[in-house]
Design a protein around this ligand. Structure first.
Ligand code: ADP
Ligand code: MG
Length: 394
């Protein structure tokens, strides 16, 4: 971890030939349970992971903004005034530097949410990260969050955590154009070490829920299938549209407001596909509440069945799983995990398996073997620990 802090500093110095004034970071996240419930104004239970994106940053004397990343060769340079002028300024960003929309969007969103950016100095920022990109671990919220806490401090904007969530959410939705809920940004900015974040996506309120993994001798194994997804893809939009159609038909503001008996009663009014999409959301919301209750009463040993029920619902009702994800879940459970499910938006990405520490190697070997047997790309597997949200590191 501290190595990456140093590398980020070195990367900054190599690109810009002077030293940054500080280094900030924000983590990736996994969602323990509660998938696609966020934009239905429901409940989610993510936690920040011990993989972070670091931002080395310094203010400038003029209004130039330069952004660079270890993940990209270019340094993208724009005027702050062009960024704050609106999303159309993205046209100023070279086509091969499209990633820069995430950090530039954060600067833009501060202005959208009430910060007076006129007359503020530009900045140079360099990012480095050990959050895998596009693996469903939210590298996008990590890069947004790292810059948001940095700018909030150096520009002395005084936004609290909830408003920083809005800033990052706005950047990703309205500047980058990737429609996402507030789950990723909330987890990356607000999580506490050792705990999951129980988040109500209707009002943005959240509270930590202790995970107590270590005392239960459990760990969370991520199995990254290396099948990459695209959040802005038509599939994601189609799921959102189905949920909105179901809510409209049921006469509610969002599926959050629908109970299981109400959905059953309305079954004939929905076509088969829309009904199954809605059933996933309604049951998944309840599973989040049940998971929080189980964690508080009995600890992580008690949530395995809820995790698998969530996976089945995403596989069969919401239809966002892939054969690779299904295989990883099946093998993990067969070889000792007490719960497993795909996590993230779906159509690829990662599985999380709640696994007794003593069984981790066994599970990993079995998954490697099964993927090889099926001719799938070898997955990447690593443990994640619930970690602190965005912060200043140096
Ligand atoms: P995920 O958030 O699941 O990793 P997304 O598609 O939401 O996947 O976001 C990934 C995109 O975010 C990348 O394609 C890139 O544009 C941008 N990004 C994330 N982290 C970095 C980084 N460290 N450097 C440059 N771009 C990044
Ligand atoms: Mg993302």
């Amino acid at each position: 971890m501290s190595e990456l802090v140093d590398e980020t500093r070195t990367g900054f110095e190599r690109r810009y030939s002077y030293a940054p004034s500080g280094i900030w970071s924000a983590p990736g996240r996994v969602n323990l349970i509660g998938e696609h419930t966020d934009y239905n104004e429901g409940f989610v239970l993510p936690f920040a992971i011990d993989r972070r994106t670091f931002a080395a940053l310094a203010l400038r004397d003029d209004d130039i903004v330069r952004v660079s990343s270890a993940a990209s060769d270019d340094v993208v340079e724009v005027r702050l005034a062009d960024v704050t002028a609106g999303a159309s300024s993205l046209a100023a960003v070279p086509a091969d530097g499209r990633w820069a929309g995430y950090p530039l969007g954060v600067a833009w969103a501060f202005g959208q949410l009430g910060a007076d950016l006129a007359g503020l100095p530009g900045f140079d920022v360099h990012f480095d990260s050990d959050v895998p990109i596009g693996a469903g671990l939210s590298s996008s919220a990590a890069i947004e969050g790292a810059l948001a806490v940095a700018l909030n401090e150096v520009w002395r904007l005084g936004f609290d955590g909830a408003r920083l969530v809005d800033v990052c959410h706005r950047a990703e939705n309205d500047f980058v154009g990737a429609p996402t809920g507030i789950l990723d940004q909330s987890a990356s900015l607000l999580s506490q070490e050792g705990a999951a974040l129980f988040l109500d996506c209707r009002d943005g309120s959240s509270e930590p829920v202790d995970l107590r993994l270590e005392e239960s001798e459990l760990a969370i194994l991520v199995i990254d299938t290396k099948v990459t997804h695209d959040h802005a893809s038509g599939d994601y939009a189609a799921r959102r549209a189905s949920c909105e159609a179901a809510a409209r038909e049921l006469g509610v503001r969002a599926l959050r407001d629908v109970t299981w008996p109400q959905l059953l009663e309305a079954r004939d009014r929905l076509d088969g596909v829309t009904y199954r999409r809605a059933r996933h959301i309604v049951t998944e919301n309840q599973r989040v509440l049940d998971t929080v209750a189980a964690l508080r009463a009995d600890g992580p040993d008690a949530i395995g069945d809820l995790m698998f029920a969530s996976h089945r619902s995403m596989r069969d009702d919401f239809e966002i799983s892939t054969p690779e994800l299904d295989l990883a879940v099946e093998i993990a459970l067969n070889y000792g995990a007490i719960g497993a499910r795909m996590t993230g938006g779906g159509f690829g990405g990662s599985v999380i398996a709640l696994t007794p520490v003593a069984a981790i190697t066994h599970v990993q070997v079995a998954i490697d073997g099964a993927f090889a047997e099926h001719g799938y790309t070898g997955p990447e597997m690593f443990l994640v620990w619930p970690s602190q949200g965005a912060r200043r590191d140096r």
